[in-house]
Write a protein that binds this ligand. Structure first.
Ligand code: 5GP
Length: 113
C-alpha cells in the first residue's frame, strides 16, 4: 500500500517542496521539530533503511549528496544540522517509506529521546 509520501510524490496531496529531481523529493515536515525540518524522500518505494539492497547503493549516495545541498540552500550548512533516518518501530519510524530528516536552525542536543 502506498504511504502518505507516495501521495506527495505523485502530487495527490500538497507539500511545501524545496527540491525535486527524478530520484527524490524534499519538502518541509508538516510538524517541524526545529526551525528547519525537511524530509528527503526517494521516489522509489522502500519501506525503511532496513529494507535497502545493493541495487540501492547509488540512490543512497544520491540522497546524502542532496541532503548536503538542501542544507546549504536552507542556510544551515555552516552552523550545522542533523540528518536522521528513523528505522522501524524502536527507531521511531512512523511513515513506512524510507526518508531522511534534515534538522537545523537551533542547537541540537544529545542523546536523542
Ligand atoms: P518518521 O517518524 O516516520 O521518521 O517521520 C515521519 C515524519 O513525516 C514526521 O516528522 C511527520 O511530521 C511527517 N509527516 C507525516 N505526514 C506528513 C504529511 O502529510 N506532510 C508532511 N509534510 N509531513 C508529514
Amino acid at each position: 500500500m502506498s504511504s502518505i509520501f507516495t501521495k506527495i510524490i505523485n502530487k495527490e496531496i500538497p507539500a511545501a517542496i524545496v527540491y525535486e529531481d527524478n530520484e527524490c523529493i524534499a519538502f518541509r515536515d508538516i510538524d517541524p521539530k526545529a526551525p528547519v525540518h525537511i524530509l528527503l524522500v526517494p521516489k522509489k518505494e522502500i519501506l525503511s533503511l532496513a529494507e535497502v539492497s545493493a541495487e540501492d547503493k547509488a540512490l543512497l549516495g544520491h540522497l546524502l549528496m542532496k541532503a548536503s545541498e538542501v542544507a546549504k540552500a536552507e542556510g544551515i550548512s555552516e552552523s550545522g544540522y542533523r540528518v536522521v533516518v528513523n528505522t522501524n518501530k524502536e527507531g521511531g519510524q512512523e511513515v513506512p517509506h524510507v526518508h531522511l530528516h534534515i534538522l537545523g536552525g537551533r542547537q541540537m542536543t544529545w542523546s536523542p529521546g
